[in-house]
Ligand binder design. Structure first.
Ligand SMILES: [Zn+2]
Length: 335
């Protein structure tokens, strides 16, 4: 046997268990127990730099150390969602391991570079889909790695292809960028709400760079009541989001709201705010105002870190900034 034939034989043998595994019926509880837990978030990655697992009968979740993407295998081809530059090369390696079908569709989640600059890596004849706002922002970016979509929709769009149904929807307000959409796969019970939260972790700074924090605070309630999902795909982390993990995030939001309201109504805070105002000259109102906000933010962070350390990862990391943002929106600006 020459070297090439040995290589070909081992490649085929290497593929066999994967293809066989793909035929096994999908087990939701088993997947949840294995892949939506903290142990998996901190487990070592294989040498390939990526891992992947099924999140429905015909849907695969591909991740590197911190980001993820999902693709669906339909009767006619493969539909890829959220073409990230870092994960797309791995998705292109995984697809031929589970199917020999061509990639037919690629869907943008929003225009941010870390979610869209992998689009150019996919076949040119795959149909690129995006919301109008995303298309407009991509036109401004004029970036060859983020080509203009072939299909553009305004409020809602349903993709039906090869037995797969994907419902895309603009909720009217954004939680993270300027062009967020939710994508719902009713049969697979998979919901995409990209960059809405980090499963099993405290929020990233300023509520994940939220463009509309007040809408973001109410989003988990809205999604939990409107969608009966098995998994929620948020694009980051190697673990997959579940209703339980979104519920925990929702409790975190509710707890911070209560904590801040308690602080704002407390006597010690009123006194501290008056003392801060007296320390500054009459023309330094902004300084007194900022100090008051920071007194509330720091007290909130201290209480929240104590309550949430261990319950979520990264509890101390961004707590002051997140308390500050919520203070501004809850007490001063919104609704
Ligand atoms: Zn983003």
């Amino acid at each position: 046997m020459n070297a090439n034939r040995i290589f070909a034989a081992t490649t085929i043998m290497g593929l066999l268990p994967t293809l066989a595994a793909a035929q096994e019926p999908f087990d939701y509880e088993k997947t949840k127990a294995q892949y939506s837990v903290r142990e998996y978030a901190t487990s070592p990655l294989s040498e390939s730099g990526y891992g992947y697992y099924q999140v429905a009968e015909n849907a695969w979740f591909v991740h590197d150390d911190f980001e993820n993407m999902v693709f669906f295998v339909t009767d006619d081809g493969v539909v890829v969602v959220d073409p990230k530059p870092d994960v797309s090369p791995f998705v292109l390696e995984v697809i031929p391991q589970v199917t020999d079908k061509p990639i037919t569709h690629v869907i943008y989640s929003h225009h941010h570079r870390d979610h869209s600059q992998g689009a150019y890596l996919f076949p040119e004849d795959a149909i690129l889909i995006a919301e109008q706002d995303t298309a407009d922002l991509l036109a401004v970016a004029n970036d060859p790695k983020r080509p203009q979509p072939d299909v553009v929709f305004d409020d809602e769009y349903v993709l039906e292809t090869g037995g797969l149904r994907l419902e895309m929807k603009d909720l009217g307000r954004n939680w993270h960028s300027q062009d967020d959409i939710v994508i719902w796969a009713p049969e697979q019970k998979i919901l995409f709400a990209v960059d809405m939260f980090h499963p099993d972790a405290a929020p990233w700074i300023h509520w994940g760079e939220s463009s509309d924090p007040f809408f973001a605070f109410g989003l988990p309630d809205l999604l939990l009541s409107q969608y009966d999902f098995n998994f929620v795909i948020v694009g980051h982390e190697r673990i997959v989001g579940t209703p339980e993990l979104m519920q925990t995030y929702n409790s975190f939001i509710g707890d911070m709201e209560q904590t801040l309201m308690g602080i704002a109504q407390s006597e010690w805070f009123q006194t501290a705010a008056q003392e801060a105002a007296m320390r500054y000259a009459p023309d330094a109102t902004h300084y007194a105002y900022k100090e008051t906000a920071m007194i509330a933010a720091n007290a909130c962070a201290t209480q929240m870190i104590e309550k949430w350390s261990g319950r979520v990862r990264n509890a101390p990391l961004n707590m002051v900034e997140n308390c500050q943002t919520m203070f501004m929106h809850l007490i001063i600006l919104d609704p």
